[in-house]
Design a protein around this ligand. Structure first.
Ligand code: KG4
Ligand code: ZN
Length: 340
């Protein structure tokens, strides 16, 4: 009797400021994962510095890879691994290059199949990796530092963009508001935490595109509205009630996201919504979406909301099973579209 060996995917994610590696068995079993965060390096600049990011990836990737393989019990990668899945875009080109070039070199050396993964398809698979019942069709709200969009997943690999932001991504708006308030980087978690202590009605702020019937987002006006509140308080010589400002901003941002999810559900008739990306870690957004009547909400655990390699391996495994793979001509594409 022969025992079928498990299908093991090595996932590599280096699209922005997190170096992440994992070993995934089939679609959902994580054997080991590791993340090397660059937050400390970028914090003094208040945002990601692309040149610093790619240098950090270069330093972090191989030691992280070695540790993760060891933790997963992979002593002979050429024999034990079935696939290498790597983020090919969108993202910062210098950061993507480190992951893609390393993945290609390893795939060639170990003679293992390679698949380039779209980072957004990765975020979408963060939910698939933890919810066995999540099958298409469903809607996917992707909310991160670089993206805010609602995607209709007709089937895996068949994605229709229903709406996206016209300007800033919602995570970017969180980070910019945090910067205006003198909070640390990344600002999202800190604004989220402070908002829980503040009064969301202290400063009535406009809900972006509230009265528009399009599925779309816009966050730069909301950020400017916060700036005007701060300028007014300053002019009046009043102290800045930071928690109240955070709560008021968060109320408007979350109302906009929830409103457009409701609209997308109504228009598409699809009542299952998966939420992912860094802002999916936001407590107010998680609560508000979970309270939507008649809608089934899927959320990843907090560790799979922000960038990670499990989502890339999970997407890569699925893409490979659908019959797609990459050859050694794979190169990073900073603006790779979601639909292939
Ligand atoms: O998905 P991600 O790690 O990277 C991108 O692909 O952009 O998302 C990072 C973004 C940052 O803008 C960060 O401020 C935001 O997610 N974020 C949050 C929270 N945790 C992370 N925003 C609001 N509330 C949070 N709890
Ligand atoms: Zn991301």
């Amino acid at each position: 009797m022969t025992v079928e060996s498990p299908f093991l995917t090595l996932g590599i994610e280096t699209s922005c400021d997190d170096t992440a590696v994992c070993v995934l068995e089939n679609q959902r079993t994580v054997l080991a994962q590791g993340i090397s965060s660059q937050i400390e390096e970028h914090a003094p600049f208040g945002g990601v510095v692309p040149e610093v990011a790619s240098r950090c990836h270069q330093e972090a990737l191989l030691p992280l890879l070695r540790r993760t393989l060891e933790k997963a019990g992979i002593h002979n990668p050429a024999r034990q691994l079935s696939l290498i899945a790597v983020t090919a875009g969108p993202g910062l080109v210098g950061s993507l290059l480190v992951g893609v070039m390393s993945a290609k070199a390893l795939a060639q050396a170990w003679e293992v199949s390679l698949v380039g993964v779209n980072h957004l398809e990765g975020h979408l698979f963060a939910n698939v990796a933890v919810h066995p019942s999540l099958e298409p069709p469903f809607l996917s709200l992707i909310v991160s530092g670089g993206h805010t969009e609602i995607v209709f997943v007709r089937s895996f690999g068949e994605y229709e963009l229903l709406g996206e932001t016209k300007d800033d991504a919602v995570g970017e708006a969180y980070d910019k508001v945090a910067k205006l308030l003198g909070l640390g980087y990344p600002g999202g978690p800190e604004v989220d935490r402070l908002a829980r202590e503040g009064d969301p009605d202290a400063f009535p702020l406009p809900v972006p595109l509230e009265h528009s019937d399009e599925i779309g987002f816009s966050f730069s006006g909301l950020k400017t509205a916060v700036l005007w509140v701060l300028r007014r308080l300053e002019k009046e010589g009043k102290p800045i009630p930071v928690a109240h400002v955070c709560a008021s901003f968060q109320k408007a941002a979350v109302a906009s996201l929830v409103g457009k999810v409701r609209l997308a559900v109504l228009r598409s008739g699809v009542r299952r919504v998966a939420v992912s990306g860094g802002v999916a870690a936001n407590s107010a957004l998680r609560n508000a979406l979970s309270a939507l009547p008649g809608v089934e909400i899927f959320l990843p655990p907090l560790s799979l909301c922000t960038d990670n390699a499990v989502m890339i391996a999970a997407a890569g495994y699925n893409i490979y099973r659908r019959g797609f793979f990459s050859d050694l001509s794979l190169s990073p594409d900073p603006s790779l579209p979601l639909s292939r």
